[in-house]
Design a protein around this ligand. Sequence first.
Ligand code: CS2
Length: 454
Amino acid sequence: MTSLVRSSDTPTPPIRLVHLGLGAFHRAHQVWYTQHAENNPQQPEWGYASFTGRSPRMSEVLSPQGGLYTLVTRSEDGDSCELISSLVEANPAHNISRLVELVASADVAVLTLTITEAGYHLDEQGHLDLHHPQVNEDLADLRRRDFSALRTAAARIVVALHARRQQSDVGLAVMSCDNISANGAATKATVLGMAQEWDPELAQWISGNVTFPSTSIDRITPATEDSLATVVEQNCGYRDAAPVVTEPFANWIIRGEFPVGRPNWERAGVEFVADIEAFERRKLWLLNGSHSLMAYAGRSAGAETVAQAIAIPEVRSRVEEFWQAASTFLDQPELAVPDYREALIQRFNNPRIEHYLSQIGIDGATKLRMRSVPVIRRCLEAGRNDLIPGAAAPIQAWVTWLLQGGDFQDTRASDIDVALHQAHPVQALVAVLDQDLSHNPDVLAAVSSLSEEK
Ligand code: CS2
């Protein structure tokens, strides 16, 4: 059987988009949307050069295929396969000189990011965390002008923008596609925070030339399993070393400016809106919040996947309780929350998407701060303390999981470890998420209700 390679017949667009965080989600979402946005698929105009996260594996596997891969869209009824060709270069994260070279070019119009919630290194106030060791190490490297081993996305972007200013002196859109509320503002905070510390003049140039659009992004995309290659072989008759599986549903909402152009993403169904916050909250709270809740409550009840978790009546009713609290603060009619909730249940129920709870459970300390803490805050502001048990359900499930000795993979693992060994671990764990809430008796009661203090 032949292997997948990019031949001279394959439409190959010029590189005009750069991405940090080349994982399955990027390939099922931004690259797929970009391919579908082309006016003439035979002469595509927008190609992606993307950089991996920490592991270089994806660039090793995709490079021999010239960036080509198969997207398998998996519905309850079956699979459909599509060859994606809009990714034209797959680089390892450590190839910083290539990143700088690409971003310095005026041909590149947009830099997109999926660097995970923890990759922004923001503190509770939403500023760049200057106490974080990696931020400090990067600042030291920037000051001695050694750019070869920069660790944080912020420092890499700042160095690339520095080169763009020198070489092209034209603007750029830097657009987060991570599950963070106000992700445009978060990106601006991390990039400008780093630039300000290193080179205030560059920070000023960035403020005047670079935009940070906000997005709400959605497509459930589990980690690829080995068996997917066989599905592709059977359906397409070639061997693909890097296929991706995703659900039929896809959504992308954007607010912001693109100073030097962008693909015609509307053509592929992207919505451009003037006000994005409510849409962001709907997605982050209802989908991601309940995902995190299931990641811990589901595993405590013996489930391994989302479909298994939502089928357990106690887990489902905790999800409904959380949604009830969150929906109270999502009352604009255009959000159509009842329909959205119903559609979520169907998406979660898709038995052919094996979305592992352990994958969703990674980095809970950062995710819950964005998915559950804001709902609790809304309850407190509105004096609706009766809703706190629902709003805090994801945190309660996380605390219970940790106190039961459940495993965890978290960039804040050392903070969690310290909290678990305190005299009052429940309170200490809540403090890992939010100091203020850890002093609130209603929140502590809600979080402790089923978890046992050691
Ligand atoms: C999930 C998300 O892993 C997680 O934290 O909640 O990746 C989720 O599947 C996507 O945001 C869906 O769009």
